[in-house]
Design a protein around this ligand. Structure first.
Ligand code: NAP
Ligand code: F7E
Length: 346
């Protein structure tokens, strides 16, 4: 039986990947952060919390990572844990550098010294492209990062490549474009919108504050993207792959689709606030996933409109259940909401 260690198993991608690996017969270990209020709602929502072995570990603590690898003795490590919110990386640039950058070297060093045949997946990102120099972006497009998050992930990208070539470690980068789902964190724009649309429809909220609604992203469906991660590690040699849909849409288009799903007009509810604009943003992303299609047979299935519909319907269903007094694992009722976080930057 193969064994896999997933870091960040409490995030959006971790539970979907764990579910996939369990279905393939893996023994799955996942790391979580020891915090005052545990964040297991996604694992509970997918019904897999009892099917994986949870190990407390923090990417800033080398000892805990060493212990996680020792306990799990994995064939594959999927390094998904990260401070993944681009906006926060401007507020916590050093923490982001440590968590999203240096921690990758910690794992690569552990592999180098402990068990050199562990296959390593690094969660790289389309944010690396930043100010894009060509469109669509593929594995050969130059990286021009536009945030501390992207700068940290760029370090992680290169250190994985360097250990691959220097020490023969099976270290790979999945350059994943934005992928969303009902398990997406509430701070990210798609889920922020789907959650707000559901609440507005049910009379629980009056408006929605957003930042740069002109930004364009290549949004795919997360459960399909984790399958791409797995395929990358099953390839006969370690390589880097773009995973994307090849379509790009603006936040405004997402708004139109999400509000019209509930027969509402977004312009009646949405306001923009300059406090939600980033010091630097990424204006446009559109991925070219032809390499992964050709070499690994991976292709996206869920189109933009369907993705929006899945997310809005899921949030509507959850708010309805909540109003009916039903208890179930879910993030929204405990979320402080934007206004609590809005602050002015110099
Ligand atoms: P996510 O929902 O933000 O999950 C991040 C996970 O990392 C959570 O489990 C979080 O734990 C954990 N984590 C954060 N800081 C940590 C630390 N110091 N030590 C240990 N664990 C820590 O992210 P995601 O959307 O699943 O994305 C997975 C990975 O892919 C991330 O590396 C992200 O940067 C990258 N990525 C994501 C996308 C996307 O569109 N989703 C695209 C490209 C790349 P808590 O639950 O305790 O917060
Ligand atoms: O922003 C704009 C914002 O925070 C998307 C992470 O998973 O994908 C994600 O990063 C766009 C940006 O995702 C709001 O300015 C407007 O242009 O949903 P987001 P992201 O920054 O693209 C990449 C691939 C990752 O690797 C990251 O880990 O939407 N936008 N108004 C807003 N964004 C947010 N969050 N909130 C707003 O109110």
């Amino acid at each position: 039986m193969k064994s896999a260690l997933i870091t960040g198993v409490t995030g959006q991608d971790g539970p979907y990947l764990a579910q996939l690996l369990i279905s393939k017969g893996y023994k799955v270990f996942g790391t979580f952060r020891r915090v005052s209020t545990p964040n297991f709602w996604r694992l509970q929502a997918l019904g897999i919390i009892d099917k994986i072995t949870l190990i407390p570990a923090d990417l800033t603590d080398m000892a805990s990572l060493l212990e996680a690898v020792t306990i799990s003795n994995p064939d594959e490590i999927y390094n998904l844990a990260a401070q993944s919110f681009v906006e926060s990386s401007f507020d916590q640039p050093l923490l982001t550098a440590d968590v999203d950058g240096s921690s990758t070297t910690k794992f690569l060093e552990i592999i180098r010294h402990l068990k050199k045949d562990i296959k390593f997946y690094q969660a790289s990102t389309s944010e690396l492209y930043g100010t894009v120099v060509e469109s669509p972006q593929n594995e050969k497009t130059p990286f021009v990062p536009n945030s501390p998050y992207a700068a940290a992930k760029l370090y992680a990208f290169h250190i994985s490549r360097i250990y691959r070539h220097s020490y023969g470690i099976f270290a790979t980068n999945g350059i994943l474009f934005n992928h969303e789902s009902p398990l997406r964190g509430l701070e990210f724009v798609t889920r922020k919108i789907s959650n707000a649309v559901a609440r507005i429809k049910l009379g629980l909220q009056n408006d929605l504050l957003l930042g740069n609604i002109e930004a364009k992203r290549d949004w795919g469906y997360a459960p399909e993207y984790v399958e791409g991660m797995w395929r990358i590690l099953q390839h006969d040699k370690p390589e880097d792959f773009v995973i994307a849909t090849g379509e790009t849409h603006s936040v405004k288009e997402f708004l139109e689709a999400a509000f019209s799903e509930m027969s509402l007009n977004w312009e009646d509810y949405v306001k923009t606030d300059k406090n939600l604009m980033r010091p630097m943003d990424v204006p446009l992303l559109c991925g070219d996933a032809s390499k992964v299609k050709e070499k690994l047979g991976w292709e996206p299935q869920t189109k933009f409109k369907e993705l929006v519909s899945i997310m809005v319907k899921s949030d509507l269903e959850k708010w309805k259940k909540h109003l009916a007094g039903e208890m179930f694992p879910w993030d929204a009722p405990n979320f402080a909401g934007d206004r609590a976080f809005i602050k002015r930057r110099n």
